[in-house]
Design a protein around this ligand. Structure first.
Ligand SMILES: Cc1ncc(COP(=O)(O)O)c(C=O)c1O
Length: 364
């Protein structure tokens, strides 16, 4: 039977067994090794749970986000005030709201490839037109960027990147910042991995034309609590986002916001410690996959690798069905010759997963 599902994405039901990451999200236990979902296995800071025994707020909160949280966030950004922030249901909602707020249907948005798998669907559900700039080993080529950006209203930057784990050169980021300011183009800077960077300090794009997106999901391992935010110096953007949120999700969960507020009290050592753990895992998976003969770029941040593999669809399917290993299809990220692995799991599991991949490659 050739039944087409009704809906925006028009997924062919029953024909394509690997249509989206949703088929893998939430699968765990039962002997599976999941290199799938990008959720930290490490716990959040202990103090986020300390509020639970006495927490008693339950009424609607401010749509823009709880003031105590926004005030602390403002301290992290030079010249910012609480008014520049909107606290959202994760970075996911922040991205959706900002697309809705700033772009008109048909506007072009420049995205560097490979990209986070939700970008294209989010862009399309907001009737925007994605334009892609190719990268070399995950790094933006400024000349190609410069050529393509002139037609666009918005640019979306994600460094460190999901799915490549690569960071953009500071020099390139500064050139992008300036070019977009000169051309009056808005930059949406998805900084959800800004703290998880191994090679150098992060460079945060900034300026009146930059909308920064961030989240408590990765740095503080709080992905299920769904707290993220956007930061903009442009009052029109903030007001528009708040207005749309008023009529869609309303306030972000206020208990989760209180937990986020607690998370921000932890010392810098918490983050340093996390980065050291991720870096050790990065080394294990990077060297392990290289030993298996796979070509890949060395991750410089976040917790993903994107190796090239023969027949990626068969690889993802057979690794899942025959070897109980979950990986994500590169196609979902605009990288059709590759698969993505998240190394947000402990080293024993990474090694076990590598063993199973070795078996798969041996029996291909
Ligand atoms: C680049 C990027 N942006 C946004 C998100 C969404 O994060 P959140 O859990 O805050 O919605 C993710 C999650 O994996 C991501 O990798």
């Amino acid at each position: 039977m050739n039944i087409k599902k009704q809906g925006f994405f028009n997924f062919p039901v029953g024909q394509d067994k690997l249509q989206s990451p949703s088929m893998f999200i939430g699968i765990q236990g039962n002997g599976y090794i999941s290199f799938g979902s990008g959720q930290p296995d490490l716990p959040p800071p202990e103090r986020v749970f300390n509020i639970l025994p006495t927490y008693r707020q339950f009424k609607y909160g401010l749509i823009q986000g709880q003031l105590n949280l926004r005030k602390v966030l403002a301290k992290q950004y030079k010249g910012a005030t609480a008014e520049n922030f909107v606290v959202t249901n994760g970075a996911s909602e922040a991205l959706d709201l900002v697309f809705r707020a700033i772009a008109k249907p048909g506007d072009k948005i420049l995205v560097h490839k490979p990209y986070y798998y939700s970008y294209a669907p989010l862009i399309k559900t907001n009737y925007l037109e994605p334009v892609y700039t190719e990268t070399v080993k995950g790094k933006i080529e400024f000349d190609d960027f410069d050529n393509k950006v002139r037609d666009c209203k918005v640019v979306l930057i994600n460094s460190p990147s999901n799915p490549t784990g690569r960071i953009q050169e500071i020099n390139t980021l500064k050139k992008i910042e300036k070019l977009c300011a000169d051309l009056d183009i808005i930059i949406i800077s998805d900084e959800v991995y800004k703290d998880l960077i191994y090679e150098r300090e992060n460079y945060m794009l900034h300026g009146p034309h930059v909308v920064t997106i961030n989240s408590f999901s990765k740095t503080f391992a709080m992905c299920g609590f769904r707290v993220g935010y956007l930061y903009s110096n442009d009052k029109r953007i903030v007001d528009e986002v708040v207005e749309i949120k008023t009529h869609s999700s309303m306030n972000t969960n206020i208990m989760a916001q209180e937990m986020a507020f607690e998370a921000l009290k932890v010392s810098g050592d918490y983050i340093k410690n996390q980065v050291n753990i991720w870096k050790e895992r990065r080394n294990v998976i990077y060297e392990g996959l290289q030993k298996l003969g796979l070509e890949l770029w060395k991750p410089e941040g976040a917790f993903y690798v994107l190796p090239k593999i023969k027949n990626p669809r068969d690889a993802v399917w057979n690794l899942f069905k025959k070897h109980k290993v979950i990986t994500y299809l590169g196609e979902w990220f605009g990288a059709s010759e590759r698969i993505r692995l998240s190394y947000a799991l402990d080293i024993d599991k990474i090694n076990e997963g590598l063993e199973r991949i070795k078996k798969y490659l041996g029996n291909e």
